[in-house]
Write a protein that binds this ligand. Sequence first.
Ligand SMILES: [Ca+2]
Ligand SMILES: [Ca+2]
Length: 232
Amino acid sequence: MNSIKISARHCCSAAALALAAMGAQAGPLFGSNLIVNGDAETDVATSWLAFDGYARPQAVDYGSNWVLPTQPGPANRGKRMFAGDGARTAGYQLLDLAGTLTQPLSFKLSGWLGGWASQGDNALLYVSFLDRSDSEIGHAALGPVTPADRGNATGLFYREVSNWLPVGTSRLMFSLSMERQGGGDNDGYADNLAFVLDAPAPAELPEPAGLAWLALGVMALAGRMRRRAPRA
Ligand SMILES: [Ca+2]
Ligand SMILES: [Ca+2]
């Protein structure tokens, strides 16, 4: 379980060297899904980049080779889901916020993750919060969902986490990695991946004197996140 997390963090460092490869994405920043093709329904090759030395996640049809339409998963699963490709699978997207956050923003990261029967193959969705120098100043992660979590059932299971995007964030990197632990196929599964930023509510913003308190609160949150972060 830990190895895939370390791999994802390693990928983040490697990818930071290639940030110029992706441009900013158009679209509303608040209240909509910022992950492009998070449902695997459109072309993966134009929405997810592969890390060096890793395969890109593939989009496969729901069916007998993977997860049946009748097996656990989102009701609105569409026709396709993500699966791994080979032993080492990791793709990513970069989103430029076209500015640097000067106040924290709340977000929700959600998605369906899973695997096949009792095999330990798994998927991990990892979001890096990058500052203007592309250093990671925070992160959020979903998964992995283990065979025990799934009760050894083939399928996908819902996970979500809500937290704050820290001051100083200027770019997001979404990483989707799959680890193969058994058999020939990489059965780390994912579908309906979403990262949504909440719009700041002007009426609820604290007075200027309260901003420092808010910043301290976020720093305390960040401290807790660092302690939970996997060690490379
Ligand atoms: Ca889908
Ligand atoms: Ca497998």
